[in-house]
Write a protein of this length. Structure first.
Length: 305
């Protein structure tokens, strides 16, 4: 089975609405989506000796995309912090692609990352957001000692990913006229406006976007019962290979779990912790402002303040 190579990538950041944006773009008749959202083909290039494999294997994810459609799109949020080698690999292997990056207040993004990892039962030994932040800060220190900005593995990358100023420049310098930064603030409050603006930038019809669906995708499910959550995800891992060819069954099971065990998280972020994290990200946010202001972006309050 053959396909084509994408020319539109949503590269991040994680927990900033990239899944929703992918679904909105996928509704446009001139934009063909990959057969799954996060292909991750270029992710190995984030490692010094990583090899993504044959490009033909990547093209199969776009086998249903015809040449008549101007764009083929995929969205892998972890590309954003992959570093210069990954960015260069995309430049070398794709034909002058368009790049979309969604930025979110890094403090709020970190809270979202915490609740997401908690909902997946990935933090069994961490009992609070404060302990999660401390563990992420320790992971960040160890990573920096190894000359890495973001830890290579594990579930404690949340803090490090929020230093946008450390990697946004790689994209803007490599694809100076082909990169578009979107802000989560507007994407969540007025997704139609954001999508219409992207369509103008891409040169495709924007008028039809008023009829699109703008449902939020990949919303975190906070478990009402942690015991039930652990049991569900343990069972899911055991049968994962059997469910891989049956996305509809996976979707039905996920919806059933949501109905039975979705609840509200009782924990909140303390003002002192928000102040601490705002200070942690201050210099990085300033670097983002320095990158985007000269390019004419209207900045959200967390950057303009």
């Amino acid at each position: 089975m053959t396909g084509r190579r994408p020319n539109l990538l949503i590269v991040g950041v994680p927990k900033a609405g990239t899944g929703s944006l992918f679904s909105y773009l996928a509704q446009h008749p001139d934009i063909c989506p990959a057969t799954k959202k996060e292909v991750g083909f270029f992710s190995p290039l984030g490692e010094p000796n990583g090899d993504p494999g044959p490009i033909a294997s990547y093209e199969t994810y776009f086998s249903r995309c015809g040449d008549a459609q101007p764009y083929a799109v995929e969205a892998t949020p972890s590309y954003c912090y992959g570093g210069p080698r990954l960015v260069g690999g995309i430049r070398d292997m794709l034909d002058d692609p368009r790049i979309v990056i969604v930025l979110r207040d890094p403090v709020d993004r970190l809270w979202s990352a915490y609740t997401f990892q908690r909902s997946l039962m990935h933090l069994p030994e961490i009992s609070s957001f404060e302990r999660y932040v401390a563990a992420c800060e320790d992971a960040r220190r160890r990573s920096l000692r190894a000359n890495r900005n973001v830890p290579p593995t594990g579930h404690l990358k949340g803090l490090a990913i929020g230093f946008y100023g450390e990697y946004l420049g790689d994209w803007l310098e490599t694809f100076p006229d082909r990169t578009r930064v979107v802000f989560f603030d507007e994407l969540s409050s007025d997704p139609h406006r954001v999508l219409a603006g992207l369509c103008r930038w891409l040169g495709v019809e924007e008028g039809i976007t008023s009829s699109f669906g703008y449902e939020v995708h990949n919303r975190t499910i906070n478990p009402r019962s942690m015991v039930a959550g652990k049991a569900f995800f343990a069972a899911k891992r055991r049968v994962a290979r059997f469910l891989a060819p049956a996305p509809r069954v996976r979707h039905l099971l996920h919806n059933a779990y949501r109905r039975l065990n979705a609840g509200e998280i009782s924990e909140t972020m303390q003002p002192s912790m928000r102040a601490h994290l705002t200070d942690v990200y201050r210099d990085s946010n300033r670097a983002v402002v320095d990158l985007l202001e000269p390019r004419g972006y209207d900045l959200p309050s967390w950057l303009a303040g």
